[in-house]
Design a protein around this ligand. Structure first.
Ligand SMILES: Nc1ncnc2c1ncn2[C@@H]1O[C@H](COP(=O)(O)OP(=O)(O)O)[C@@H](O)[C@H]1O
Ligand SMILES: [Mg+2]
Length: 292
């Protein structure tokens, strides 16, 4: 976790990148390589509050990817993204910061918890947003046929690590995914779930955040990732997501990628890092029963 270096590093970042110190910083999330803070600044007339996302030095490339994606996706008619206020290395720390406009506290997750949105409608919205993300007319990446070699590599790496008692259950799916094949690749968000959609007060557009996992892959890659991380694996939930998406998709590829994302999450989060063990074990059991 990079959190312990947190608030003082955030203060240094704001002094260096914005020329103003921090009054208060609340940590919103932390992982092995990033931490996110909502920051109140002294110069309230310039920025009442900002979001500071801090990346450990060895994951600087994630900050660059997020920055690039935010620049590419600003101005899309179907969704908004936060503006990048500043970015750069934090002096005296092996950390990189991205300072973003604060869209406020209302995530799609919160609207479901508060009973404002039924989960089914939220899943449909995620489907619509994925479709808009994949077919954003302003984005440099258009749908094209290509061999998605990173995915093939990731599948093979995972397959080699899995314990035998799991691997034999999913072998046909992983074998299909690990063969180089021509796919209709699109620019994927890579991590679209209920906490990565934010509603801004007085603005009808939903906003997307968190582009660290953005990658070129088949549309089914994103749909499967969203289905797994929102626990939309039951058939009616998956149907809501797919109804929102509405684009042409392959059921076999979707199923194979649901298996892949579940195994990858289970392997890295639960088995390697000891995080959310019960959650990932339950997802694995459900996917093996229902999809393998
Ligand atoms: N620009 C923003 N405006 C408002 N809230 C944000 C913004 N960026 C991030 N957040 C909040 O911080 C949380 C974590 O940020 P995120 O970029 O998703 O990082 P992580 O990789 O930790 O999920 C989000 O779920 C959201 O609640
Ligand atoms: Mg997130």
């Amino acid at each position: 976790m990079i959190a312990p270096t947190g608030v003082s590093a955030v203060d240094t970042a704001c002094r260096a990148l914005l020329g103003t110190p921090v009054v208060r910083a609340n940590q919103l999330s932390a992982s092995a390589s990033t931490a996110v803070y909502r920051v109140i600044l002294t110069d309230r007339q310039i920025h009442e509050s900002v979001i500071v996302k801090v990346y450990a030095g060895h994951t600087r490339w994630k900050a660059s990817k997020e920055h690039l994606t935010l620049a590419e996706r600003s101005g899309c008619p179907a969704f908004g993204v936060p503006d990048v206020v500043a970015s750069g290395q934090i002096p005296g720390h092996d950390l990189t910061a991205l300072v973003l406009t604060d869209l406020g506290p209302h995530t799609l997750h919160q609207t479901i918890s508060d009973g404002i949105w039924p989960r089914r409608d939220a899943l449909r919205l995620l489907g619509r947003l994925l479709n808009a993300f994949h077919h954003d007319p302003g984005c440099r990446d258009r749908t094209r046929t290509q061999v998605v070699s990173q995915l093939v590599l990731d599948v093979r790496t995972l397959r080699d690590r899995l314990p035998e008692e799991v691997r034999w259950r999913v072998q046909p799916s992983l074998d299909r995914l690990s063969r180089p094949a021509q796919h209709n690749a699109v620019s994927c968000h890579g991590d679209l779930h209920f906490r990565n959609v934010v509603f801004r007060a007085g603005d009808p557009l939903p906003y997307l955040i968190d582009f660290e996992q953005a990658t070129d892959a088949p549309a089914e890659y994103d749909l499967a990732q969203t289905a797994v991380t929102t626990d939309a694996l039951a058939s009616d939930d998956l149907a809501s997501l797919m109804t929102g998406y509405l684009g042409p998709t392959s059921r076999v590829l979707l199923t194979d990628l649901i298996i892949f994302h579940t195994l990858r999450g289970w392997w890295w989060a639960a088995r390697q890092e000891g995080r959310d063990v019960v959650l990932w074990q339950a997802r694995l059991t459900q996917v093996l029963d229902q999809y393998a």
